[in-house]
Design a protein around this ligand. Structure first.
Ligand code: AMP
Length: 456
């Protein structure tokens, strides 16, 4: 079983103080070694009405980090313009000079794609995507999915989980074109990415998917819902909104997918997810995918799945397959110098830089553009089309750099990112692992550099 961050990082305190000062991160000596994976999170007790709920705290943390520039002056600047993290992590956690390749590289699948009972056109589309053999999660999940059974997939992004659920679902939709499926994802980027994969795998098949995500005009989505479609792929908030407005009828959906269920819980979508799941027909197939299997996920699975088959994909955790190092920088000038030096290296044509706040991501992207470096920002204040443009530009190599905030970068799949730079230190280890997980996807080794300001 992969390391379960939710259960092992659970709060030991009953509640916490304010969202900035109340959260402390402690490391045992073992945890402070670079191989350490666990972070003990302890909440201060005291503040009324707070339950110390780990997810609520994480949401507040993220809201804090990603809040708009209007609020930022209240947050304590320091460090030459970079926000001083509310929790300071031991810099040793950002160092791993001996990364190991991902275990999945050596996996020998039991099946070929041609072994699966799927339409020929779907097989052709899989081949056209360049997938030569099923990944471990695909090898195990596709036969179960094709048999119509429910699945709990414990697998993280990068394992090929999207095709693991899409292939059986597309096969089933092709068989009965009156069917409909619903796929819920934590972020708009991931939802649009899953929709892209659906459309690619369903090329030349009369199947269509609508994307129902927040931050995009509702009218267009409503119009798309009026046209024939077989899959609704979106984020829980917007899906629920449109259900309440009676624009989506999910009572006909014969299958439901929760993609990155743990992230949806982290982001506070639990009530929306439950609302949506409760409106689905009782007779349906369910695929719940999650990188971790916390008690909350177990509860959802036991409530909404019917005798599911559990499939767990053991991958070495992200942190061990990424070459990681730190650069000590005393101020903004030094950070910029180090950044320019890294960008000048021809080994780094695709670089993802993380900043803690939207306006800082914007400003850094502008500064790089002024220096003649092709760069875009990626944050939650941008429109969907701007965000897609940034992701596509880095994917296609038309820009070298995307400067992103954490929420905006969650779940995005940009192929072959050569380097992740933490321009601002992450506030917690979980965020750090998520950031560096953007490089070294699949079986390739990645590289991450964290700019660290020496503590006084
Ligand atoms: P996912 O975990 O679904 O986000 O997929 C991660 C990446 O692996 C995506 O870029 C997929 O296009 C790619 N991928 C998925 N399945 C396969 C496969 N069988 N062979 C090679 N690449 C794959």
């Amino acid at each position: 079983m992969p390391y379960n961050k939710h259960t092992s990082r659970r709060s030991h305190g009953s509640s916490h103080g304010d969202s900035r000062g109340g959260l402390h991160t402690r490391h045992t000596p073992q945890e402070q070694s670079h191989s350490a994976k666990r972070t003990q999170v302890v909440y201060r007790s005291g503040s009324a009405g707070m339950t110390g709920n780990y997810y609520q705290q994480k949401i507040r943390d993220r809201q804090d980090r990603n809040s708009s520039s209007h609020n930022s002056h209240n947050r304590g600047g320091g460090r030459g313009g970079g926000r001083r993290p509310t929790k300071q992590l031991n810099p040793n956690l950002f160092i791993n000079r001996h990364p190991a390749k991902n275990e999945t590289e050596d996996y020998t699948p039991k099946h070929t794609f041609a072994d699966f009972e799927i339409p020929t056109q779907l097989l052709n589309n899989i081949i056209a995507k360049g997938y030569r053999k099923p990944s471990p999660i695909q090898d195990k999940a596709i036969p179960v999915g094709l048999a119509g059974k429910d699945i709990i997939g414990i697998a993280s992004t990068g394992t090929g989980k999207t095709a693991a659920f899409l292939i059986p679902l597309i096969a089933s939709l092709f068989k009965d074109k009156n069917k409909k499926i619903l796929i819920m994802c934590p972020t708009r980027e991931l939802a649009l990415q899953v929709r892209g994969e659906f459309l690619a795998l369903a090329t030349a098949m009369p199947l269509y998917a609508v994307g129902i995500v927040g931050g995009a005009p509702m009218e267009r989505q409503i119009a798309a819902l009026h046209s024939p479609h077989h899959a609704i792929i979106g984020t829980p908030g917007r899906i629920k909104d449109l259900m309440i407005r009676r624009k989506i009828n999910i009572s006909e959906c014969s299958a439901v997918v929760l993609d990155e269920a743990d992230r949806m819980l982290d982001m506070g979508f639990i009530a929306d997810m439950r609302f949506i799941l409760s409106k689905l027909p009782k007779e349906r197939q369910g695929f719940f995918f999650s990188a971790t299997f916390s008690p909350e996920i177990q509860k959802i699975c036991s409530e909404f799945l019917n005798s599911p088959t559990s499939i767990e994909i053991k991958t070495r955790d992200t942190a061990s397959s990424v070459l990681q190092d730190i650069r000590n920088t005393r101020n903004d000038t030094e950070r910029m110098e180090q950044l320019l030096e890294l960008l000048a290296d021809t080994a780094h044509p695709k670089v993802l830089v993380f900043r803690e706040m939207k306006h800082r991501a914007d400003r850094l992207a502008r500064e790089l553009q002024d220096k003649g470096i092709k760069a875009y920002a990626l944050h939650g204040d941008m429109s969907n089309s701007q965000r897609i443009r940034a992701v596509n530009a880095l994917t296609q190599g038309t820009v070298q750099v995307v400067v992103a905030t954490d929420v905006a970068a969650r779940g995005i799949d940009i192929k072959n990112i050569d380097l992740v730079i933490n321009y601002d230190e992450p506030g917690d280890y979980d965020t750090y692992v998520h950031r560096i997980g953007r490089t070294g996807r699949g079986v390739t080794l990645g590289k991450a550099i964290t700019f660290v300001t020496p503590r006084e």
